[in-house]
Design a protein around this ligand. Structure first.
Ligand SMILES: *[C@@H]1O[C@H](CO)[C@@H](O)[C@H](O)[C@H]1NC(C)=O
Ligand SMILES: *[C@@H]1O[C@H](CO)[C@@H](O)[C@H](O)[C@H]1NC(C)=O
Ligand SMILES: *[C@@H]1O[C@H](CO)[C@@H](O)[C@H](O)[C@H]1NC(C)=O
Ligand SMILES: *[C@@H]1O[C@H](CO)[C@@H](O)[C@H](O)[C@H]1NC(C)=O
Ligand SMILES: *[C@@H]1O[C@H](CO)[C@@H](O)[C@H](O)[C@H]1NC(C)=O
Ligand SMILES: *[C@@H]1O[C@H](CO)[C@@H](O)[C@H](O)[C@H]1NC(C)=O
Ligand SMILES: *[C@@H]1O[C@H](CO)[C@@H](O)[C@H](O)[C@H]1NC(C)=O
Ligand SMILES: *[C@@H]1O[C@H](CO)[C@@H](O)[C@H](O)[C@H]1NC(C)=O
Ligand SMILES: *[C@@H]1O[C@H](CO)[C@@H](O)[C@H](O)[C@H]1NC(C)=O
Ligand SMILES: *[C@@H]1O[C@H](CO)[C@@H](O)[C@H](O)[C@H]1NC(C)=O
Length: 456
């Protein structure tokens, strides 16, 4: 499947650090997929006093939705790019939710697939049944031609949902299994990218590569962990969360944290949620979803929240994790004129099957993330909010570490050999459990009525 030479080269340079193997090429084998707005969600109420003259809506609102086609002639769809999911499915045009729409094939703006209208469709002798966070989705399995961002996958396996509950067209980016293939793996298998890996930042998914112009400092690489008894997913250890640098329930950490673009908010264990709420002060009792509210006027604009992974710390304004509406991610920023604020870091009552901590789009849209399925690693970096710099795209090469257990064998390599990280200029390895309190230069972003404000 992958070139043995690339593999060998990857091994050599990675022996010490087991970090991402990046290669600069004239025409890197990468695929940039621009994310589009999920119009169905742009219905949130906005404050009358919000400054509508600024483009804060556009810049603050990340929605992990891609434009794609399936079939010949191409049928158009919008689909969620889902880091939690394994498989891919589309509404069938006969699916009951599509019946609600006058033009069924538009199926609420997302599109319903009509197998009989495609000359390249093949229905497989297989059924798909998928537990989409509690609501079951099922139907036929077909293969057909998928096109996304100008590339073509000739034989893409896709579930076609029939009688589904509430679901959306869904392109899983994660680990496939015996019955399903993720988009990431399909792109690698089709030779579009060299290795099943992708980066996410802002309104962009970059398959097969890393855009070094979009983050500050270095990428920090963490091994995928299992959690206890959980299905393999994009899950790493997290070493702490704090408000104003005061740790919440520090004894509970490290905890496994999973990345889920399909959820907006951040979910943490009860003890952690309670500790955070206590720091905010004067919060209500949690509602049935674990969310608390508080008086907006009691929140200081200066308050910060920190997420720690090894020696990487993300520092944000607390306001970025506060919403004006219950149970929704803070899409449009924080308007201090509102009476009631809702904290969007809440007790994980409903997603424990995903992980102890679930990091939804509010967190993810404020970080540069790289998911490497072949090496079972996730790399993180701080987004560069500075003025736009030209793209610097490098390819993520295929290949495993020379020493399969290197990450366990040399957990302290970067401390023992201070220059080890220079062997791989673009990334460095963090031992997930370490608590090195390095104060890194940090920056944060305020999303508010005044648009984006950079502080440092
Ligand atoms: C998706 O692509 C189609 C065809 O190129 C285009 O007409 C449509 O506006 C796009 N949708 C969004 C939400 O960008
Ligand atoms: C329904 O929408 C599709 C896709 O935009 C279009 O091709 C088709 O003509 C529409 N059908 C009707 C009956 O409006
Ligand atoms: C599906 O496509 C076939 C063939 O083009 C067409 O006859 C049929 O009406 C379509 N079904 C729906 C529900 O649009
Ligand atoms: C594959 O993964 C999906 C989603 O996690 C799951 O519903 C399905 O049962 C799995 N299939 C197999 C064969 O493990
Ligand atoms: C994770 O779980 C899988 C299956 O339950 C198991 O095979 C694997 O060894 C586990 N890996 C680790 C690192 O615990
Ligand atoms: C782990 O999985 C086993 C088998 O599926 C189950 O019996 C056990 O209760 C699970 N443990 C936890 C902590 O969920
Ligand atoms: C705040 O939370 C409490 C407890 O869940 C709830 O009773 C109350 O209605 C909430 N207030 C607002 C304005 O949503
Ligand atoms: C505490 O919160 C409640 C409900 O959110 C609010 O009515 C009250 O004014 C707040 N008290 C202070 C001192 O902020
Ligand atoms: C965090 O610190 C700022 C001053 O730096 C202060 O105004 C704010 O009240 C503090 N927030 C909390 C929740 O302690
Ligand atoms: C990122 O780094 C550049 C160069 O070191 C610096 O100018 C810029 O302010 C930094 N941006 C942030 C958001 O820290």
């Amino acid at each position: 499947m992958h070139s043995g030479l690339a593999c060998l080269l990857g091994l050599t340079s990675l022996a010490l650090t087991n970090a991402l193997s990046l290669e600069k090429k004239d025409s890197p084998a990468v695929l940039t997929v621009p994310l589009v707005r999920d119009t169905s969600r742009q219905l949130s109420k906005r404050s009358k006093t919000a400054d509508l003259g600024l483009d804060n809506e556009d810049v603050s609102y990340i929605s992990y939705v891609a434009n794609m086609t399936f079939g010949t002639p191409p049928q158009h769809f919008l689909a969620y790019l889902n880091t939690w999911g394994n498989g891919c499915w589309l509404h069938g045009v006969e699916d009951s939710p599509c019946e609600l729409y006058l033009n069924r094939s538009l199926c609420g703006g997302y599109g319903g697939y009509n197998l009989s209208a495609s000359t390249t469709a093949k229905k497989l002798d297989e059924r798909f049944v998928y537990d989409d966070s509690g609501s079951m989705v099922g139907g036929d399995v077909v293969t057909d031609v998928l096109k996304i961002a100008g590339v073509k996958v000739d034989v893409m396996k896709m579930g076609i949902a029939m009688d589904s509950g509430i679901t959306s067209n869904h392109l899983g980016l994660g680990y496939g299994n015996a019955s399903s293939t993720s988009l990431t793996q399909a792109l690698a298998d089709a030779g579009v990218i060299s290795s099943p890996a992708f980066s996410l930042w802002g309104q962009t998914a970059l398959f097969g590569g890393v855009n070094k112009a979009k983050y500050n400092g270095s990428l920090h690489t963490f091994p995928i962990v299992n959690g206890s008894n959980l299905t393999k997913a994009f899950r790493i250890n997290m070493d702490g969360i704090s408000i104003n640098e005061t740790s919440a329930a520090s004894k509970e950490f490290p905890l496994d944290a999973v990345f889920d673009t399909a959820l907006g908010m951040t979910y943490v264990p009860k003890s952690v949620a309670q500790a955070l709420n206590a720091q905010i002060g004067n919060t209500s009792v949690p509602d049935e979803w674990g969310q608390v509210n508080f008086s907006c006027s009691s929140m200081s604009l200066e308050s910060t929240v920190e997420f720690k992974f090894g020696d990487l710390e993300f520092k944000f304004f607390l306001g970025q994790f506060v919403s004006q509406e219950p149970h929704t991610a803070p899409d449009y920023g924080w308007y201090p004129d509102r009476a009631t604020c809702y904290f969007t870091i809440l007790e994980n009552l409903h997603y424990r099957s995903e992980g102890s901590i679930v990091l939804g789009s509010t967190f993810m849209s404020n970080a540069y993330t790289v998911f490497d399925l072949e090496n079972d690693e996730i790399s993180l970096a701080r987004l560069d909010y500075g003025s736009p710099t030209p793209d610097d795209i490098v390819e993520i090469k295929s290949g495993k570490n020379a020493v399969p257990d290197a990450k366990d064998a040399v957990p302290d390599a970067k401390d023992a050999v201070p220059d080890a990280k220079d062997a791989v200029p673009d990334a460095k390895k963090d031992s997930a459990g370490s608590h090195i309190g390095v104060a890194l230069g940090m920056s944060a972003l305020v999303v508010g009525a005044a648009g984006l404000t950079l502080i440092s």
